[in-house]
Write a protein that binds this ligand. Sequence first.
Ligand SMILES: NC(=O)c1ccc[n+]([C@@H]2O[C@H](COP(=O)([O-])OP(=O)(O)OC[C@H]3O[C@@H](n4cnc5c(N)ncnc54)[C@H](O)[C@@H]3O)[C@@H](O)[C@H]2O)c1
Length: 468
Amino acid sequence: MSKNDMTRRDAVKVAGAAAVTVAAVRKANASPRIQTVKAANNQVAYAVIGTGGRGQYHIQHFNGLDGGKCLAVCDVDQAALDKAKAMSKDKPQGYKDYREVLARKDVDAVVIATPLYMHYPVTRDALLAGKHVFCEKSLVFTPEEVHALRKLANEKTNLTLQVGLQRRYSKFYQTAKQMIQKGMLGKVTHVYAQWHRQSLGKTWVPPSWRAFRKYSGGLTAELASHQIDIADWMIGAHPEFVTGVGSIDVYKDGRDVFDNIQLIFKYPAGQKLMYSSISTNKHLALFGSQRTEFGEMIMGTEGTIHITVGTDNEPATALWFYEPGPKKAEETKGKEKGKEKAAVANASLLSTGKGSRGLPVLFDSELVQKDDSFLAKELKYAKLWLYKKGVMVPEEDKNPVDVQLESFMECVRTNKKPLADLEIGLEDSTNVILANLAMDEGRRVFMNEIDKMGGGPASQEAKPARKA
Ligand SMILES: NC(=O)c1ccc[n+]([C@@H]2O[C@H](COP(=O)([O-])OP(=O)(O)OC[C@H]3O[C@@H](n4cnc5c(N)ncnc54)[C@H](O)[C@@H]3O)[C@@H](O)[C@H]2O)c1
């Protein structure tokens, strides 16, 4: 074993520090009150509006979940509508005009998966009709819509508004956030995120709505929005300004959205998000290059996390690397005396040479508990050992898309605040809108410029405090 390796016991200690997290997140979300919903057995009666790729994906996932009944599906396109009707286990009724769905008194909630330019009109009308809303990312399209939706949703606090940022529902990302809060990465100073593709495929080629600015926010809205949200969450702040370059270099097919973008977001304490989305190469230099296309690297003064969500064929994964070299172990211990951080930054983790192998980020369910049977303990130790050797990887027991949909149903029933709520969605959309402006105008765009755009609040007091 090389001197860069950790012992099995070290791995268990590290895992222990990280794992409190998921349990803590769950506890913080305990349900406050019960509302009655319209379908039988306290099931949420919902409709899906926009039943193309994403709408159908949600219907398939809903089919495997309890807690909801699909009463209606809606799409302006007959083929998409027919597919959705056939796909849902609930035999929903089909509609071409979403307003007819909203007029149904027996529908509690809508899932909106239309193209971006239709998110706001449908969300607005749904809230006005008294429906709970799950809307796909990026929540809104224009500065006017940022302000108008904030105002309207704040008048409808009895209705749930959740955004389709499913990474917020991933155990891996929740655990990474808790590791950061525990000081296991030191101070997070940089995040690198990429979504690279070898080709943009048919959903991006004209006449698809994604190819045109009139309907679409391009790569920034469609791909980067997920990862910019992760940077805000992990850094624990919102950016101060953004700058970037985008161009159409490959797909000269009449589209007017960029086929590659490079962005830098600067946060108030100097932290940066470096973002890249290209369409000519899908290499990913994370996870030992065993994955492709997308992922994030969260870099702190004392460690790094590589992280990504799963695809239909690959599991979500996260690796933790401690920052090597002759660390200020004694210094850290002295300064942080009595704090949990000192216990984490123990000498055996710090004296391991120049590089480090990634350790899997572990959930509480993987950890050896006091009351586990002898056999259960041995199995868990063996599993941890295999993870460390890279023979096995931990897997989420549920796809975050299922978790987010179940969580939406629970929020509707209980009025609990969603993890991906209105402000997270609006902040994310603001970042997207202003990043596109920065590339178009070739300048730094400051995030507070949104306040002066699209009928925004004249004074700062009108705006809720910016909290990540
Ligand atoms: N969270 C994620 O990971 C994720 C993944 C994919 C897509 N999305 C989002 O989901 C949304 C939809 O994307 P998609 O890939 O399904 O696109 P899509 O083009 O496959 O589907 C959109 C559907 O909306 C329909 N539509 C358009 N206008 C409508 C209207 N007025 N009323 C009813 N239906 C209407 C279209 O006919 C089409 O069938 C986008 O905002 C996208 O960013 C999110």
